[in-house]
Design a protein. Structure first.
Length: 502
């Protein structure tokens, strides 16, 4: 199992392996006084790692099983909360159940899982009703009503918790674990309750996936289809309430909302498909739960809840940085790549303009003329040409003491395409949008780099295949240019520079 966990870590991201290595390295200082999930004992770190992943201790098996069930239910239901933009609702619900936990303990006189479950569920439903009541009967916005219920119920819960602590058996009650969570305190009954809620969540999502999906993204459309949107919304809220209640022992009232939101938010950054988001969120929830239990096992009496949230936050950080589409690093690389492409296209366009100014005579462009066109120094222009040369469309040669830039046929076609896009857009703005000819250049400088071939074809048809731009300059026809490459002497590079009607 240890090797399986390591393999999973390698597939997730290199940074996660670094995170684990650093954490283990900090803990590995000869021997340490480590609080296992079961008890406190002086032992070697690597022996503890083996004991955890071998799961030979019953309390480890219980904590791991509870963490896995918790990750699945939080990941599934948290995904719907995130896409519905109700993340604060999970936080409100987790704080609202705290008075119910205290009342359940006071009524039962002991830490009875069933009594606490009932009390917390009733408190959660009451908190939800109060939020809806305040929102519907006053002008107070939903976020304000959520904040008031959160603070009010949590305050009542803290008062009742303090009262329990003052009872003769208060110090042994274990209710303080409901604040920050401790998987070590999970009983077999509580694990099966968490498992039951997880199974119920999976079954409900499988049975009513389409209804939940439509209701999450377009409530009006769901009602127009005749779906009982209110019923499915109530079902989702009840499943969420049950999940929050059974998660209190493992994660704690303060942090259970983080387990609902963070794995789902991590998955949201990695995919645009809801079904994949549900799977990824569940996987991230399970991974966070297992890592939280693992480091709690190694750490010095560290509570499980905060460590689960830290593990989930690590996964989110990796998603935030390295998501292929939405990641910070990925977007930076795309912007950088786009800037390089635009710079190269501007260089190609400048080469076209220099050749155009000389009547397309000769194949090469004097670098000195190109620098003058770009209003740059020779050194800056040489750097531009080296970047362009790296793309395989340009060559730089010394001829009779002067430096010339030569485009191959592919480079020339690309240069003509950029100029064509620019001049077509200028003509479109003057003919269709009624811009003045001297007001269209700056806009075309931007659009020329983003016009796709299909859009260009539509512009050509709309403008009846024009030959000149508003300033009387030739608009290159890409079809004629492509045909020109198949005519004449194929061994001469000059065939790539032929212009229409030349």
């Amino acid at each position: 199992m240890a090797s399986f966990a390591c393999a999973q870590g390698r597939r997730r991201a290199p940074a996660l392996r670094l995170f684990l290595a650093v954490a283990l390295g900090l803990l590995f200082c000869a021997s340490t006084e480590a609080a296992r999930i079961s008890d406190l004992q002086e032992t070697d770190v690597w022996e503890q790692v083996f004991r955890f992943f071998s799961m030979r201790d019953e309390v480890v098996r219980t904590a791991l099983l509870g963490s896995v069930f918790l990750g699945i239910s939080c990941g599934l239901l948290g995904s719907f909360i995130v896409v519905r933009k109700l993340s604060l609702f999970g936080d409100t619900l987790s704080h609202a159940v705290l008075p119910g936990v205290a009342v359940g303990y006071l009524v039962a006189g002991e830490k009875d899982p069933f009594a606490i479950f009932v009390g917390a569920t009733v408190a959660g439903v009451l908190g939800t009703v109060m939020v809806n009541l305040v929102k519907k009967t006053t002008h107070i916005k939903e976020d304000s009503s959520l904040g008031m219920v959160l603070a009010g119920f949590y305050g009542v819960g803290i008062v009742l918790m303090n009262r329990i602590q003052k009872l003769p058996t208060g110090t042994q009650s274990g209710v303080d674990k409901f604040l920050f969570g401790q998987a070590a305190a999970l009983s077999a009954t509580e694990v099966w309750m968490i498992g039951g809620v997880a199974v119920a969540a999976v079954v409900m999502v499988l049975l009513f996936y389409r209804q939940f999906l439509v209701g999450s993204f377009d409530l009006g459309f769901a009602r127009s289809l005749g779906l009982p949107a209110g019923v499915f919304n109530f079902l989702l809220m009840m499943l969420l309430a049950f999940t929050v209640v059974v998660s209190l022992q493992a994660v704690g009232a303060v942090l259970v909302s983080a387990m609902l939101v963070i794995p789902a938010a991590s998955a949201y950054l990695l995919t645009d498909r809801m079904n994949r988001m549900l799977i990824l969120a569940s996987v991230f929830g399970v991974l966070s739960g297992v890592l939280g239990a693992f480091f709690s096992f190694l750490g010095n009496s560290l509570p499980t809840g905060p460590l689960m949230v830290l593990a989930a936050s690590t996964v989110f950080t990796l998603s935030f940085l390295f998501s292929p589409k939405h990641g910070l690093v990925s977007r930076w690389r795309k912007r950088r790549s786009g800037q390089k492409r635009i710079e190269n296209e501007n260089t190609l366009k400048a080469i076209y303009h220099v050749r155009e100014s000389k009547g397309f005579a000769g194949e090469g462009v004097n670098v000195k003329d190109l620098a003058s066109r770009l209003n740059e120094t020779m050194e800056e222009t040489f750097r531009r040409l080296q970047k362009l040369k790296a793309t395989g469309v340009c060559d730089v040669k010394e001829i009779e003491g002067r430096t010339f830039a030569f485009l191959n046929p592919d480079g020339w076609l690309r240069a003509c395409a950029v100029v064509r896009n620019h001049r077509l857009w200028e003509l479109y703005l003057t003919n269709q949008a009624e811009y003045e000819p001297d007001h269209v250049h700056d806009d075309a400088e931007v659009i020329e780099h983003v016009l796709g071939e299909e859009t260009v074809r539509r512009l050509e048809r709309l403008l009846d295949y024009p030959a000149e731009d508003p300033h009387g300059k030739l608009i290159p026809s890409l079809a004629d240019l492509q045909r020109s490459l198949t005519q004449g002497n194929q061994g001469e590079k000059a065939t790539g520079y032929r212009m229409p009607n030349q």
